[in-house]
Design a protein around this ligand. Sequence first.
Ligand SMILES: [Zn+2]
Length: 281
Amino acid sequence: MATIKPFLAPAIILEALNEGRRWAKERQANATWWATKAHHLRPMPPGPEVYQEAGRRLRELLRSYVDEWISTGIEADGAECTADRDLSQAPQAALVVGRYTDENPPIVAISDGGPTALGVLFGSRRLEHLEGGHPIRDAEAEAARLFTLLQASDWRHTVAKCKVCDGYYQISNPERRYQYGTQHPKCARKASALRITRERRKWADDELLAAAAKFVRAYHGKPPRWQQTHPIAVWLAKQLTAFLASRLLQTRDEVKRNFVTLHWREIEARVQAGERKVPAS
Ligand SMILES: [Zn+2]
């Protein structure tokens, strides 16, 4: 049994998924060549905007097939193992492959040389006469061809989609389980830095609200005459700003009155609950 060597490099599929321009440019250059050198053999090619549209169509279709297939390797909790993907669980994508292989079965032919006398040719654009049709229709055929060749490749599970930026890239270990889904290393670092900042802010705000509850209890302990000359929101904002200065972890420089009014319900609830987590001041 001869092995099928698909005419496809990872860089080709990644470019088609991320940009889709290379194929369209090639098609346009080819059509222009025919138009200038042998215009009596081919009709005049359409304008450049049609090729741009064709490139977008290729990218859009290829993404829809690849995304459906990729989703079969993602668990309900968002964890992903690309080696778990299952084409039979992606009906639309599987249909595209089935149709393509029906229309373009592998050809067994005597190879040009080398140790194997018989070779299997499959997915060669040249054999399929995929040149000279309408660019949009050709883009649809090209998307089916690229996706089928991807499925025939032994590196298909290294093609991944970044959870953060939606870009497509290659991973080195398809057996690895990505707890938060596949992400560019750069995007993953950015996302985790953001997560840390958010958590820090939440933690710092929580500490601030606990302090606010403590100050409100102290405020209520002051005589009514003093309370009359000290409006609570203004006084509280001042106390909290002083409290902030004493903290190591600071996510803001000062506490303004609107922080107090915005969080008033929460502060009141904490006062009523008799907040036990009184921070050291
Ligand atoms: Zn990314």
